[in-house]
Design a protein. Sequence first.
Length: 399
Amino acid sequence: MQAALGGLAAALPGEDDPRRLELRRWLEAHPSPSPRQLAERGLVAPHWPPPWGLGADATEQLLVDDELRRAGVRRPDNPIGIGWAGPTLLHAGSEEQKARYLLPMLAGEEIWCQLFSEPDAGSDLASLATRAEPDGDEWVVRGRKVWTSYAHRARFGILLARTEPEAEAHQGISYFVCPMDAPGVEVRPLVDMTGTHTFNEVLLDEVRLPAGSLVGARGQGWSLARVTLANERVSLSTGGALWGMGPTAADLVEAVRAQGGVGDALLRQRLARLWSEGEVLGLLRLRTLAAVLAGSVPGPEASVRKALADAHGQHLMDLARDLSGAEGMLLGAARNGPAPWSDAGWAYGFLFSPALTIGGGTAEVQRNIIAERTLGLPRDPAPAGTAAGRAGSLRTGTG
Ligand SMILES: Cc1cc2nc3c(=O)[nH]c(=O)nc-3n(C[C@H](O)[C@H](O)[C@H](O)COP(=O)(O)OP(=O)(O)OC[C@H]3O[C@@H](n4cnc5c(N)ncnc54)[C@H](O)[C@@H]3O)c2cc1C
């Protein structure tokens, strides 16, 4: 681990790198930059091309991350916009779409959501039933989406709808930008078992979208959906166990140390196993990062890492609950109970953790993809009634 970390640090440009110095001068002149200033300076997504980003390679991106962290500057929060919708618009959007949407997206002024999943189309996303029919120079959309994170806060959604119903499976799907305040869009809250309202059901009842809402060519939405789902930013996130957020295995070990250790031999073994898992995942993450820094595309270790990391998050939260004793079963007790379990992050994390192996492609789907694309095993036969059961048509990304 130390060697890998050392190698990574050596790959980062030094303190006198001109890009560092220029950025430090700008940060001195803007000690508390507004989200808009960060966006206009290209610092929110430095790997995007100018004028939205800096056209930064992975090394410069890490350098910018490093400088912003040292300066205590936080980027605007708009995960689906900046993480997935933006890269897809950069890939296939018209100049008008880029000019209209990208800057407010980067500044976090307009939040985005992802209108992909439907009640009968999740893993098998290509079997989606929402329809968009042309009517003059508009599209009329009818359908129902579900699990739409942030739909209640979003100004726009990226929407997949079928425009050629007679076409096969993933043919005939188109990709749109849908204003969430358009007449006919109804957002119904879904409160998950953490007690939090993050995702929603979204009804689309004769929603009229102007012709300019179509992204890319009509009927080519599936290839754009794959761009959206495959997009992940190189980030130096803390590697928290809840999709990069939240506490880590090392945090749990620290919490136990602070409590004076744990006497139970089985709990100690689980803690040691968890710590080892965390180290292995850390190394896999560094390997991916080092590959990117060296200019190569991340290989199968990225899919393997997701499959392992999601289960690891659940192991971590299960153990935190067990270590917290009987009080760990009560959310309120965990919030108000003795330190370190008084930190609500553990109780929330435990209740959120089942979602880790569902969202972003389920654990089973991840394994199908690893089996087919990495190990070269025979394809999953398409189950009856699905658009396609093989990895090429299965959902592979976050959301
Ligand atoms: C926290 C969270 C946030 C989300 N946010 C969004 C969002 O913002 N936008 C959005 O569009 N969606 C979102 N989703 C939905 C998510 O993408 C889907 O839940 C996921 O793709 C699984 O689809 P499903 O729920 O329909 O399950 P299904 O696809 O019905 O799967 C049910 C079970 O069958 C298994 N299964 C399915 N196909 C296969 C196969 N071929 N081989 C083996 N097993 C299989 C699955 O692994 C699973 O165990 C979110 C989900 C979560 C948990």
